[in-house]
Design a protein around this ligand. Structure first.
Ligand code: MF3
Ligand code: CO
Length: 256
């Protein structure tokens, strides 16, 4: 069952989403060569708690993963796709790309968004990957309209990236969100237009394309969380939480 949010729900989701966006904007200011990823995590957690919210990922369990996620942020560098763990010994270097994914709970409602930042000056190939993945997210969000289907969202991503020679992460997907971090439906980043459930006004979705420069195989590190590309190629990840409306989708995590 996909829940339809009422006005009260949506006003709370906006507040949760605002905090998520504030964290990503803080990250944009402090990401740079030499900063350690635990420091990023601490700054994010401080801002979240000062805003009256709680980190949503810390302590979160995903079925099949034997331990809860230890951080406030998922920090995934270069060939890491998602679910990278912040650590004082993981230090950003000039030329890296770093996906920062943040979730919060505020008055019982969740917000979830991610952005992949360049660290200092990055190679043209990395800059292009960020641009393409960012464009994918915009296209996917734009497809999330009343009367459209889940397949339309996936197709918006797939039809854009595959002809450009990039790979799609296929075994992780976006998701519904609301009073839970993960709600139905799952939102794959590939699909056939006109297939899958039909979107209705009041559905709230976390849309999150994950794109790699190389082949699509992925693996999980021994830490049981960090998902990396199997061939060591770079990956990027952008995410927004949006509300399906009668008109343009409303982005509730406005990080731009
Ligand atoms: N945005 C990611 C997702 O929706 C982050 C989850 S991290 C976790 O899957 F720690 F909470 F699992
Ligand atoms: Co998410």
């Amino acid at each position: 069952m996909i829940s339809i949010k009422n006005d009260n729900d949506i006003s709370h989701l906006r507040m949760a989403g605002r905090i998520v966006a504030d964290v990503l904007m803080l990250m944009k200011e402090i990401v740079g060569p030499g900063i350690d990823t635990l420091k990023l995590d601490k700054r994010a957690e401080d801002l979240i708690t000062a805003s009256g919210a709680c980190p949503a990922f810390k302590g979160y369990r995903i079925p099949g993963i034997p331990r809860p996620f230890p951080g406030t942020l998922c920090v995934s560098i270069n060939d890491e796709i998602v679910h990278g763990i912040p650590s004082s010994v993981r230090i950003l270097q000039e030329g890296d790309i770093v996906s920062i994914d943040v979730g919060v709970r505020f008055e019982g409602y969740y917000g979830d968004a991610a952005y992949t930042f360049p660290v200092g000056k990055v190679s043209p190939e990395r800059a292009k990957l960020l641009e393409v993945t960012h464009d994918c997210l915009d296209r996917a969000v734009n497809a999330a309209r009343e009367g459209a289907t889940l397949g339309d969202i996936g197709f918006a991503v797939e039809s854009f990236v595959v002809p450009r020679g990039y790979g799609i992460v296929r075994n992780y997907a976006g998701h519904g969100i609301g009073k839970n971090l993960h709600e139905p439906p799952q939102i794959p980043n590939y699909g056939v237009p006109g297939t899958g459930i039909t979107l209705k006004s009041g559905m709230v979705l976390a849309i999150e394309p994950m794109i790699m420069t190389g082949s699509e195989a992925v693996r999980t590190l021994k830490d049981k969380w960090t998902v990396v590309t199997a061939d060591g190629s770079d990956a990027a990840h952008f995410e927004k939480t949006i509300v399906v409306t009668g008109g343009d989708p409303e982005v509730v995590t406005p990080w731009e």
